[in-house]
Ligand binder design. Structure first.
Ligand SMILES: O=C1O[C@H](COP(=O)(O)O)[C@@H](O)[C@H](O)[C@H]1O
Length: 231
């Protein structure tokens, strides 16, 4: 089930999402807050907002930052999810290197998926053998992918591994992706999806349509929130 929060602009949606994340951080008291970020184009608005308007409001010291997914490219490649986040957000806020856990897109993919799964499993609390993120921020691609789990790959969504190596349909390029079960075990899951071009797929995903990974996951989440300007 997903609670839908629709706004007139992507900035308003980003602002509301930020406030929802801040509430979660507040609820966690003095504990460390483990948050997994998505990449692609959409979160740029959100990260810009965090680096500017919310720079002095977000309690950076409490955060441990992880990634939902990464393209298998070096961090200075224009497709790198970490590279985008670094430029827009990480370089501009008071986070230390110890708080930032990137996926090494430049390493051999299978080894890196194993290394990163082990790192996340070691640093996060556990429930039913799954690592538990405090928040997972997800996007939805125009084809309905979320994390880097693409249509037709439902078996990967329910993989017992925390992160897996996947191939982008079409290009066959490798990606490393957080799988569905750790997403379903997260304390909070937020979708940030903006733009006219996402209208159609969003309608499908919200209905919990299994033919797109975002819909498959939404249908199985007990609770999640969507922040959008696309409805
Ligand atoms: O490739 C990716 O796509 C999705 C959605 O990205 P967007 O560019 O359509 O906003 C994103 O959530 C994922 O992290 C990313 O690797």
């Amino acid at each position: 089930m997903v609670k839908i929060n629709n706004y007139l602009s992507s900035k308003e949606a980003a602002c509301a999402l930020t406030k929802a994340v801040l509430e979660q951080i507040e609820h966690s008291g003095n504990k460390i807050f483990h948050i997994a970020l998505s990449g692609g184009n959409t979160p740029a608005t959100l990260f810009r907002l965090w680096a500017e308007d919310f720079r002095d409001i977000i309690p950076w010291k409490k955060l441990q930052i992880y990634w939902v997914d990464e393209r298998c490219v070096p961090s200075d490649h224009p497709d790198s999810n970490f590279g985008m986040t670094k430029k827009i957000l990480l370089d501009k806020v008071p986070l230390s290197e110890m708080q930032i856990h990137r996926i090494h897109g430049e390493e051999e993919p299978q080894n890196e998926a194993k290394r990163y799964s082990a790192l996340v499993e070691r640093l996060l609390p556990e429930k039913n053998t799954f690592p538990v993120f405090d928040s997972v921020l997800l996007g939805i691609g125009i084809d309905g992918h979320t994390s880097s789990l693409f249509p037709g790959q439902n078996s990967l969504i329910i993989s017992p591994d925390t992160y897996i190596v996947n191939e982008e349909p079409g290009s066959g390029r490798h990606r490393i992706a957080l799988t569905g079960l750790p997403i379903l075990h997260a304390r909070s899951v937020f979708f940030f999806v903006t733009g006219e071009d996402k209208k159609e797929i969003l309608r499908k995903a919200i209905k919990g349509d299994d033919s797109c990974p975002a819909g498959y996951i939404i249908a199985r989440l007990e609770e999640a929130e969507l922040f959008t300007d696309s409805i």
